[in-house]
Ligand binder design. Structure first.
Ligand code: NAD
Length: 324
């Protein structure tokens, strides 16, 4: 049994690859290294350097490695940047997903786990998000993830009608952080954890944006999940699909709990021994005060649980962060 991980040279994909291998499922990686790091792919894992936009290359990979399912992590993940580069965002996240689905259909691969995002909810005004909270994405990124879910839904319906149904689920991640391996880190310059660590490394004071929200300490409250817990849920999703067990079309991978930005930044300052006090900046437009997600459905079906604390996330993020 072999599973393809698109974007397997990325931060989350690399954790998924290792979790699959640990569970006895042989992973294969396809990644064009747009934002990935080749060394994140273990040496004994087959690595195909190609874009998911290249449908023929994906089809060939699926056939050559006898792939029975796909975990689709490849994506453009920068919500803020997607406002400046919508066409690039849609190309990777929408056309890339369409191309992957076509390659899967050609190679008759019928199991799929999709990396979706909390970005599909946008600023819904709801503090505690469930899977039935209305989706009102507010960036091209959030829209493209929702379109990815719709593409998968429509292909599921079409393949059911054709008698060869696609079994698929979309996992909506909240704020993924930490590291499960010292040699894999989040290289994104736009996510809170690496952003703060890069600032501290450069000798700059970390910044807290917005300190007058109606939250206990005035800063935004978000739902942080450890990347290893997230990766484990993907393995269970793959195993469920292999076993022909039912899955929900979408699951929230959130902790049900919130941590403020100030708490995270203070923990990072302590973990790194940073000498600078965090500086307070203005609110960022569109940042809601609080978003926390209910992970009850994922706990029921995907053995989803917070096996790591926020302190684990901070400590492991710093331990794996490149120091050179
Ligand atoms: N990190 C988070 O907090 C978070 C939250 C919600 C959703 N997600 C989603 O999870 C997925 C993985 O995120 P990540 O944090 O690992 O990001 P990442 O940037 O580290 O990984 C994305 C990977 O996809 C690859 N890729 C991009 N375009 C490609 C293409 N056309 N063909 C093949 N490979 C391509 C990149 O090279 C990279 O290795 C993304 O789809 C992202 O949108 C991430």
């Amino acid at each position: 049994m072999s599973w393809l991980v698109t974007g397997g040279a990325g931060y989350i994909g690399a954790h998924v690859v290792r979790a699959l291998a640990d569970a006895g499922i042989a992973p294969v990686v396809i990644d064009d290294l747009f934002s990935g790091v080749e060394s994140f792919v273990p040496a004994d894992v087959p690595f195909v350097k190609a874009s998911i936009l290249d449908t023929d290359a994906v089809e060939t990979t699926l056939r050559e490695h006898d792939v029975t399912g796909v975990i689709h992590c490849a994506g453009y993940k920068y919500a803020g940047e997607s406002v400046k580069f919508p066409l690039l965002n849609y190309s990777i996240n929408v056309e890339g997903t369409r191309s992957l689905l076509e390659a899967m259909q050609r190679a008759d691969v019928r199991r799929l786990v999709f990396s979706s995002s909390a970005g599909v909810y946008g600023n819904s005004g709801v503090e505690f998000v469930t899977e039935s909270t209305p989706t009102t994405p507010e960036s091209p990124y959030g829209e493209s993830k929702l379109i990815g879910e719709w593409l998968i839904r429509d292909q599921r319906i079409a393949t059911e009608m054709a008698g060869a149904p696609l079994a698929a689920t979309s996992l909506r991640y909240f704020n993924v952080c930490g590291s499960g391996h010292a040699d894999v880190w989040d290289a994104s310059p736009h996510n809170l954890f690496p952003k703060v660590l890069f600032a501290i490394q450069a000798g700059k004071a970390p910044q807290v944006n917005g300190t007058d929200y109606p939250t206990p300490d005035g800063t935004c409250v978000r739902d942080y999940v450890h990347v290893s817990d997230l990766a484990a849920a993907h393995v269970v999703a793959a195993q469920r699909l292999e076993a022909g067990l039912p899955v929900e079309p979408v699951y929230n991978l959130g902790s049900g709990d919130g941590t403020s930005v100030r708490e995270i930044v203070d923990a990072m300052v302590a973990a790194t021994g940073c000498a600078q006090e965090p500086v307070e900046g203005p609110r960022r437009p569109g940042d809601p005060a609080k978003i926390v997600a209910d992970g009850t459905l994922a706990a029921r079906d995907l053995d989803w649980a917070m096996r790591h604390t926020v302190q684990d996330m901070v400590d492991s993020a710093w331990a794996s962060h490149p120091k050179g």
